[in-house]
Design a protein around this ligand. Sequence first.
Ligand code: NAP
Length: 245
Amino acid sequence: MTKTVLITGASRGIGAATALAFGRSGWNVAVNYRRSAQQAEEVCEKICSAGGNALPFRADVSDPAQAAVLVDDTIHAFGGLDALVCNAGVALPQMLVTDVTDGQWRELFAADVDGVFYPVRSALPHMIHNKSGAIVTVASMWGQTGGSCEVAYSAAKGAVIAFTKALAKEVGPSGIRANCVCPGVILTDMNAHLSPADLDALREETPLEALGRPEDVAETVLFLCSHKAGFVTGQVVGVNGGLVI
Ligand code: NAP
């Protein structure tokens, strides 16, 4: 039977590439977006025109009620939920921690931490009932190492890493796997503010001498959700060209 994945924040960047990778591999794909309706439609059209099956679902995953409806609508539309990819996220401009406002802190933690917890909490009863499921969260290398002038973002992504490790222990006996992917520098809108000189410097610092593409992360997420990763859980997988080892 065709498997179904729900990918949060799949209208752009890493999420969109991940949706396309799952679509190409024959999964039903629930493409979540918050604001970018047209891009989400385009992702679905690409999947469907290649013979796959995808639908767009608007929801702000930092809102518990919307996250619950998103999960329910996905299960209703496709008849099940085999994998959940918690990819949606935002970043702040680089700044000193003393300059981070209350509002920026709350907004970041809402999107990057609440936005992982709520979809997972809503999806788990279904997965536990089926005694099967795969969850992948998307954190960041800054959550592993901490980044100067990225204190709030590092803290939020560190929370996602710890959440995923604890989750893996808790739901493993229910047949559910949970893993975390930590991208390095990936060329998406999130890094559009970086100058060519900044990007060159990051490329030079990276052992593989390249910047990441959304597809690099997508293939790792797809692997972690597949049966090929059936004995892999609780792991934090860097996709960073060796920038963080
Ligand atoms: P992006 O291009 O800015 O795309 C972000 C996606 O998240 C969009 O689809 C956006 O949807 C969605 N989103 C944000 N807040 C949301 C919310 N509350 N509810 C639902 N959707 C929401 O970012 P990206 O670079 O692909 O990043 C994807 C993930 O990878 C993030 O968690 C990010 O922190 C992480 N990451 C990225 C990098 C990198 O170098 N790019 C590095 C490390 C980690 P709408 O546009 O529809 O609002």
